[in-house]
Write a protein that binds this ligand. Structure first.
Ligand SMILES: CC(C)(COP(=O)(O)OP(=O)(O)OC[C@H]1O[C@@H](n2cnc3c(N)ncnc32)[C@H](O)[C@@H]1OP(=O)(O)O)[C@@H](O)C(=O)NCCC(=O)NCCS
Length: 248
C-alpha cells in the first residue's frame, strides 16, 4: 500500500501549532523516513501504515520554559496522533471525517469494516489500518532500547519460553518479546476483551530471514497468531495480525 505514503504527505498542510512555534498554514511534516516507520511499513504490507517522527515540530528545549515543556510535547504528540490516524484511515479507504474515539478500555473504535492499531514512543507515532476483509484484528508496538531502559530481567517470558534467535544483546531479546506480546495484546483485546499477562502468551520464534523475525504467539483459548518483529536499533517494531478467513 505505498499509495498511503504520498497521500499522507499531501495531507501534511493542516494548519500550524502556534504554541510550538509553527506558522499557521506552514507545512509541518511527520518524518515518515524514521527507521521505526519504515520498518513497520515493511512488517505490515496488508495494512496502511502511517506515521513517523514529529521531532521537527518541537522547539529547541532552551526556547521553552521547563514547566511548559511537558505541555508543549503533549500538544505536539496529540496533534501528530490525530494527523496520523486520519492519514492511515484515508490511506486504507476508510471514513476519516474525525479520529476514532477511544473505548473505555483504551483502544480506538475503528469505523465499521476496518481494524487498526496505534503505538507511540518518544516522538514516534505510528498507526496501522486495514480492511476487516483482510484482517479481523491487528496490533502494533514500537519500543526504544536505551542503555538503561530495557532490562526486563525475564519478566516477559512464559515458563520455559525460548528467547528470539540471535538478538544483538540479551536486553534486546527481552524488549523484542515485550513488543511482540504488546502487539498480540492489542490485536486480541478488541476481539476478546481479555486482559492477557505477559506470561499468558508463548512465542515460538523462527530463524531470522531478510532482517525481519517471525514468530507464532499461542494465546489462552487456543488462538495462534502470527507475529513479526524488526530491530532497527535502537528501535524495536512488532506487529500481530489475526487474518480474516480468505484474507491476505
Ligand atoms: C495497552 C498497552 C498494551 C499499550 O501499550 P504501550 O506500549 O503502553 O503504549 P503504545 O503507545 O504502544 O500504545 C498505546 C495505544 O494502545 C492502544 N490501546 C490502549 N488500550 C488498548 C486495548 N485494551 N486494546 C488494544 N489497544 C489498546 C491505544 O490506541 C493507545 O494509543 P491512543 O491512546 O493514542 O489511541 C499497555 O498500556 C497495557 O495496558 N499493557 C498491559 C497489557 C499487556 O501488555 N499484557 C502483556 C502482553 S500479552
Amino acid at each position: 500500500m505505498s499509495w498511503c505514503i504520498s497521500l499522507y504527505q499531501s495531507r501534511a498542510r493542516i494548519g500550524g501549532f502556534p504554541s510550538l512555534g509553527g506558522e499557521s498554514g506552514a507545512v509541518m511534516r511527520i518524518d515518515d523516513t524514521h527507521p521505526a516507520a519504515v520498518s513497520m511499513r515493511a512488517l505490515l504490507p496488508s495494512a496502511c501504515v502511517a506515521g513517523g517522527s514529529f521531532a521537527s515540530w518541537l522547539p529547541k528545549p532552551q526556547a521553552v520554559q521547563g514547566v511548559d515543556r511537558r505541555r508543549v510535547f503533549s500538544e505536539a504528540k496529540a496533534a501528530a496522533v490525530r494527523r496520523t490516524l486520519i492519514a492511515a484511515l484515508e490511506g486504507a479507504g476508510a471514513p476519516a471525517d474525525d479520529v476514532p474515539a477511544r473505548s473505555e478500555e483504551g483502544h480506538r473504535l475503528w469505523p465499521d469494516g476496518y481494524v487498526g492499531s496505534v503505538t507511540h514512543k518518544g516522538t514516534v507515532v505510528i498507526v496501522a489500518v486495514a480492511p476487516r476483509s483482510n484482517l479481523l484484528s491487528l496490533g502494533i508496538d514500537v519500543e526504544f532500547c536505551s542503555d538503561d531502559g530495557c532490562q526486563l530481567d525475564g519478566l516477559v517470558f512464559a515458563e520455559d519460553e525460548e528467547a528470539p534467535f540471535d538478538p544483538p544483546e540479551e536486553n534486546v531479546a527481552h524488549l523484542m518479546t515485550l513488543a511482540a506480546k504488546e502487539a498480540v495484546f492489542k490485536a486480541c483485546y478488541p476481539l476478546r476483551g481479555q486482559r492477557l499477562a505477559f506470561k499468558d502468551v508463548r512465542l515460538t520464534w523462527e530463524r531470522p530471514s531478510n532482517g525481519a523475525r517471525a514468530a507464532t504467539a499461542e494465546v489462552p483459548g487456543g488462538l495462534v497468531i502470527p507475529v513479526r518483529c524488526s530491530v532497527p536499533l535502537p528501535w524495536i517494531c512488532s506487529s500481530a495480525e489475526i487474518i480474516a478467513p480468505g484474507g491476505v
